[in-house]
Design a protein around this ligand. Structure first.
Ligand code: NAD
Length: 347
């Protein structure tokens, strides 16, 4: 039997690389599109090293229609998993047009190319940020959307485009997965989270801090209506997130649009996360409380019940597993993928 082929956009990025690894280990062919704006080819090489498989990589932009057309003409793609996007809330407040262009126009270009090639099965990376200021917790897929920043708005616009596409053309099968706060790394420590520049997500910032790359971490706001005043999020291990993608694939191309929360159902405050990280690393983590960050909301916690019922998915890993695996990657590679590159240069 021939293996199904998944085209993974943003496949060199944090979640995309873990998804590629999991798919290869589970019998898929993987083809990647990435422009490497926030990632390194070393992530792909590491995956090939662990799995003994090979990944065809196209270093192109998803917004380049001719280039995406050429990929879809060359490769026997069964399904597209679309991770490629900009993802930082704060950055999106300063660069709204870049976020709408990359995230929304990028998706439209991809959909047009897929339609032209007759490929109509898509898994889309959505985000819990679309819920905005939650009225009721935990958040279900029916909770109202209320994006509070251009990043979240861009993801919500993408979902609306996908709903309209599927209601007009029932031969499309689209699953939007709304991730809560993915973090951690593959248990091997061979791949992990290594963003370009200073991390805007707290877990990679904490791991870099523990590796000596930052002096202290800023905690944005201590006056939220949460038990300790700091923002509460539903942190989820990246391997649980990517297993959700595989289970969504295994359901097969079901006509229409579906959306699922991928979260644990457990909220953790920023201070609780810092304490857990101190325990795992055995290091004190200096922090400073600063003003709330524009665009942030107090609390986001998922109800994962629908994904469990429909996909048979549940988050299996704990907060401790997540902190330990994130630290394992960073401890092995204090400067991230640059360390692997320089090892190769000297050998
Ligand atoms: N990490 C999170 O906290 C989180 C939470 C919810 C949703 N998401 C979504 O999940 C997806 C993946 O997130 P991530 O954390 O892996 O981010 P990431 O930045 O590590 O990965 C994104 C990848 O896409 C690539 N990319 C970006 N724009 C591109 C373009 N125009 N053409 C080709 N490649 C492009 C980047 O180089 C990178 O490799 C994103 O869509 C993000 O919005 C992430």
């Amino acid at each position: 039997m021939t293996k199904p082929t998944a085209l993974v956009t943003g496949g060199a990025g944090f979640i995309g690389s873990h998804c590629c690894l999991d798919l290869i280990l589970n019998g898929y062919n993987v083809v990647v599109i990435d422009n490497f704006v926030n990632s390194s080819i070393t992530a792909i090489e590491q995956i090939e090293h662990i799995t003994g498989g090979s990944i065809t990589v196209y270093a192109i932009d998803v917004a380049d229609k001719d280039a995406v057309d050429a990929v879809l003409a060359e490769q026997p793609v069964d399904v597209v998993i679309h991770f490629a996007a900009y993802k930082a809330v704060g950055d999106s407040m300063n660069r709204p047009l870049e976020y709408y262009t990359n995230n929304v126009a990028g998706l439209l270009n991809l959909l047009n190319a897929m339609g032209d090639a007759g490929i109509k099965h898509l898994i889309f990376s959505s985000s819990c940020s679309i819920y905005g200021d939650a009225l009721e917790l935990p958040l279900t897929e029916d909770s109202p959307a209320g994006p509070t920043n251009p990043y979240a708005q861009s993801k919500w616009m993408c979902e609306k485009i996908l709903v309209d596409l599927c209601s007009r053309f029932p031969d499309w099968s689209v699953t939007a997965l709304r991730y809560f706060n993915p973090a951690g790394a593959h248990e091997s420590g061979a791949i992990g989270e290594d963003p370009a520049g200073i991390p805007t997500n707290i877990v990679p910032f904490l791991t870099q801090l523990a590796a000596g790359r930052h002096e202290s971490v800023q905690v944005f706001g201590s006056d939220y209506a949460t038990p300790d005043g700091t923002a509460v999020r539903d942190y989820i291990h990246v391997m649980d997130v990517v297993e959700g993608h595989r289970l969504a694939l295994e359901v097969g191309p079901v006509p229409g649009f579906r959306r699922y929360n991928l979260g644990t159902g457990v909220g953790t405050s920023v201070l609780e996360l810092i304490r857990e990280f101190e325990t795992v690393t055995g290091q004190a983590i200096p922090y400073q409380i600063v003003e709330r960050r524009p665009g942030d909301v107090p609390e986001l916690v998922a109800s994962p019940a629908l994904a469990q019922a429909d996909l048979g998915w549940t988050a299996r890993r704990t907060l401790t597993d997540m902190c330990r695996d994130a630290w394992n990657f960073q401890e092995k590679h204090p400067r991230g993928y640059k360390d692997i590159l320089s090892l190769k240069e000297t050998s």
